[in-house]
Design a protein around this ligand. Structure first.
Ligand SMILES: Cc1ncc(COP(=O)(O)O)c(C=O)c1O
Length: 388
């Protein structure tokens, strides 16, 4: 059997249909969309068509879409753009986010603190769900931005965004709400009008699309100012010659992701549930992290910690067995800090060091899951024996 890829939360293999949609942008429509002659007009049409596709899928208007270089840029642009625009309007300087956000959000908010903004990092419960009571207590007249992810990248927890928006806006109607929907896109309903959010980010490479392409939804009339300055691309909201092929790829990836969502979700949750039930059965002292109830987590997400094992060693052994997995945290180099997500969920540091994340995708098979269920118990037992 060839390699088994179980790290779809990190990135996904590009879909051949997405690559096909990108190819004309490299071979025929390679003009600069800002140029007025035919080559430019053709490239412009590719970008405009993609914008319409993305807007339709999200149920928003094309002018509310700003194309970016992916999830990190969308989060930076969303939070910084809203924080400064709100402060300029006298709408406060207090940012509320959660302790379990991706570093794209956390490091952005931390940097804003160094630049004079105030911040509150909301706690989560043992499943990783944000405390709405803490949100209600945190949002006040000086709160300008609230940023809560749609779903967590490490443990798959789905956040109650619509409820959070209601709570935050009831406390302060002027607050701008952002959701990092990089992991949620294609897996759960992230329609901005249903969530009630003002800003929402997506990355193509988590959806079988290209790396370096994404979008930020900016609701009409949201106080928000651009971060990347230069030319007048994206209606002066994101300067720089457009990544035409990447944008075409993002639109194709989103279209397929939305069209095939039900099938993908059914397939992923069936495989994931086998891990969720099968691994704790076969491996003693397996602690599932994130919601044990499958409905509370992303359909493709399995995560756990094994007592008395170094997570890093499990990953290396799995790699040797031709299985690509992740510890779930960005730090996969041994001695580093345990995951901020797991510690925020109250998991002790030792246990947090032994974390494993398996995220399945549309092309994984039952036979591949059989192989993991077969191989992993032996790996953990061997490492435990070595650790004495
Ligand atoms: C929840 C979340 N936000 C943001 C990002 C960053 O996205 P990108 O890699 O496109 O910059 C990731 C990527 O892992 C993510 O999982």
């Amino acid at each position: 059997m060839s390699r088994i890829y179980l790290d779809h939360a990190a990135t996904t293999p590009p879909d051949a249909r997405v690559l096909e949609a990108m190819w004309p942008a490299y071979t025929r429509y390679w003009g600069n969309p800002s140029s007025i002659y035919l080559e430019g007009q053709e490239a412009r049409r590719v970008v405009d068509d993609a914008r319409k596709t993305c807007a339709n899928l999200l149920g928003v208007t094309p002018k509310e879409i700003v194309f970016t270089s992916g999830g990190t840029e969308s989060a930076n642009a969303a939070i910084r753009g809203a924080a400064f625009a709100q402060r300029d309007r006298g709408h406060g300087d207090h940012i509320v986010t959660t302790q379990v956000e991706h570093h794209a959000v956390l490091h952005t908010v931390e940097q804003l603190e160094r630049e004079g903004f105030r911040a509150t990092y909301l706690p989560v419960d043992a499943d990783g769900v944000v405390s709405l009571a803490a949100l209600e207590a945190a949002v006040g007249p000086g709160t300008s931005v609230v940023s809560i992810m749609a779903a967590n990248n490490e443990v798959g927890t789905i956040q109650p965004i619509a409820e959070a928006v209601r709570v935050a806006k009831a406390r302060n109607p002027r607050v701008v709400v952002h959701s990092d929907a990089v992991q949620g896109a294609g897996a759960i309903d992230i329609t901005p009008s249903k969530l009630g959010v003002d800003l929402l980010g997506i990355a193509a490479h988590k959806l079988y699309g290209p790396k370096g392409a994404g979008l930020l939804y900016v609701r009409n009339r949201t106080p928000w100012s651009p971060m990347i300055l230069g030319g007048s691309q994206e209606k002066e909201r994101r300067a720089g010659t457009e990544n035409v092929a990447g944008i075409a790829g993002l639109a194709a990836a989103m279209r397929l992701g939305w069209e095939e969502r039900d099938d993908r979700v059914r397939h992923a949750s069936q495989l994931r549930d086998r891990l969720l039930h099968g691994l704790p059965e076969r491996i003693p002292d397996t602690v599932i992290t994130g919601p044990a109830d499958p409905a509370g987590r992303l359909p493709n997400s399995f995560s756990c910690c094994f007592r008395n094992v170094e997570g890093e060693s499990v990953l290396l052994a799995l790699d040797l067995a031709d299985i690509a997995a992740s510890s779930g945290s960005a730090c996969t180099t041994g001695a580093l800090e345990p995951s901020h997500v797991l510690t925020a969920m109250g998991i002790d540091r030792d246990l947090a060091h032994a974390s494993l994340r398996l995220t399945v995708g549309k092309d994984n098979t039952d036979a591949e899951i059989d192989r993991v269920l077969d191989v992993l118990p032996g790996i953990v037992a061997r490492l435990r024996a070595l650790a004495g």
